[in-house]
Design a protein around this ligand. Structure first.
Ligand code: MN
Ligand code: MN
Length: 471
């Protein structure tokens, strides 16, 4: 068929206007299979890692199967060597040594593996009116009303005084019981329903139901609590005081599932930010000997400000990089100033149900690819590192050069709210940094939704960044 000749207007429109097409209209047919396979692997990763510690374990398991070795200070390294270092089992840094010296900088991907959840308090267990409960203190920015009447699992560790650590993952295996936070019935909820959404479920009512059967043959108080303690003691060898040195996290009991009749979405707990963490991980596992050294960060504590030893503000990352630089006698600062970091974190996907909080021209749409965010922050970009024009241009070049489907992303309407990422902590180290990640629907909810195409394109983007030569 003869192709219709384009008008001058059409040609000028093509040349001048920025009008990204839907991702599926740009997706190479050959990539469809790879995208589906990638998302299946991602779903397995999500189900295996519902806490930061479990994500570290799973990432190490995958990395070791691909030849990664623990990085010990003083180790000699050559191009192509694959290393990792766990930070207290809660954060992980991996690297593949490049052919060029570290004085020419490294390519970094920085994502986080902690997700919003309900943490148990140090003295959590109590009995009241025939039921035993666990008190919680929420972690990260949650909308509390979303965490009632859903099935919860209890994952984490109990550290004992003898130095041993007991691991729990109750609800994770088929046949396990689950837990829940109860809510008021509508019949008696008239007063509660009049309250603002943010106040209807106070934090101190997020108490998890864990028991209702009294300890037999006992005349004392709190027999239900005693029975719960007895079960925990039999199974894990712990006593009530051990809760004080525990990190137990109540997480949604949902497994990752395809969403939609066309299965184009994945619904799961913890897409923020495991969807980007997995993209980084999958990409670095496939590298052999890139030009520049590739570094993959799976950080903890992003959801509460990146503080602490396992957060991105911790010197643990600098120590890792400094140990790496020592292998080539390169000053750390010289490496940093030439390095590039993609702060891989999720962004808000435009939701037509709540169009008023978005600014459509600058919002990330589902299925339009990885979203690049020049800046994040709130109230006039506060808390954002605001990538330079040159850095954005560099990323455009790398992504376009490798056929990655991408879009621009701003979290929402100016002054509608805001948020931050680890980008500022990387940029503060004198590393050129930009945010980019998967657009998420219902971010921070127990069940978040992302588009498969965007997940896959984030992996493709990470691979392109790792394999890029330099700015
Ligand atoms: Mn995040
Ligand atoms: Mn978050």
């Amino acid at each position: 068929m003869e192709e219709k000749k384009k008008t001058v207007g059409e040609l000028r429109r093509e040349a001048l206007c920025y009008a990204p097409k839907h991702g599926y209209d740009r997706l190479d047919a050959k990539e469809e299979g790879a995208m589906q396979a990638y998302c299946e692997d991602y779903k397995h990763f999500l189900d295996a890692g519902k806490t930061e510690r479990e994500c570290v374990d799973e990432a190490i398991r995958l990395a070791e199967s691909r030849g990664f070795k623990p990085f010990v200070r003083g180790m000699e390294l050559k191009p192509g060597d694959k290393i990792y270092r766990s930070n207290r089992g809660k954060a992980l840094t991996l690297a593949v040594v490049g052919r060029r010296p570290l004085s020419e900088g490294v390519n970094i991907g920085a994502a986080h593996i902690d997700s919003p959840r309900l943490d148990l308090k140090p003295n959590p267990l109590y009995e009241e009116d025939g039921m035993a409960y666990l008190k919680t203190h929420y972690y990260g920015g949650i909308r509390k009303y979303q965490w009632v009447t859903i099935p919860l699992e209890l994952h984490g560790v109990v550290a004992l005084k003898d130095g041993s650590v007991r691991r729990l993952a109750i609800g994770a295996n088929p046949g396990d019981p689950v837990f829940t936070v109860n809510d008021l019935l509508p019949h008696l909820g008239a007063e509660q329903s009049k309250k603002p959404l943010g106040e209807a479920v106070p934090a101190e009512k997020l108490n998890i139901l864990v028991g209702g059967r009294p300890f037999p043959d006992d005349e004392g108080d709190n027999r239900i609590k005693l029975a719960v303690l007895d079960l925990l003691n039999q199974k894990y060898g712990i006593v009530e005081e051990d809760f004080i040195s525990a990190e137990l996290e109540a997480v949604p009991a949902f497994q990752a599932s395809d969403v939609g009749l066309d299965r184009s979405f994945v619904g799961a707990y913890g897409h923020d930010d495991r969807v980007c963490a997995y993209a980084e991980l999958a990409a670095i596992l496939e590298l052999s000997a890139p030009e520049r050294t590739a570094v993959c960060i799976l950080a903890d504590k992003e959801e509460i400000g990146s503080e602490g030893v396992s957060g991105m503000q911790s010197a643990a990352f600098d120590t890792f990089m400094s140990d790496l630089c020592d292998t080539q006698k390169v000053p750390l600062k010289a490496c940093y100033e030439k390095s590039f970091c993609l702060s891989a974190d999720v962004t808000a996907a435009y939701d037509p149900n709540y169009a008023d909080v978005y600014e459509k021209r600058n919002s990330a749409m589902v299925n339009f690819g990885i979203g690049l965010a020049k800046y994040t922050g709130a109230r006039g970009k506060s808390g954002s590192s605001d990538a330079s024009a040159e850095v954005v241009a560099y990323v455009r070049k790398v992504l376009d050069g490798t056929g990655v489907i991408w879009q621009m992303a701003e979290l929402g309407r100016v002054d509608a709210g805001g948020g931050g990422t680890v980008a500022c902590y990387m940029a503060n180290r004198d590393i050129d940094t930009i945010d980019a990640g998967v657009p998420v629907l219902s971010m921070h909810a127990p069940f978040e939704t992302v588009a498969k195409l965007d997940c896959y394109m984030t992996y493709r983007a990470m691979r392109a960044i790792y394999e890029a030569e330099a700015e």
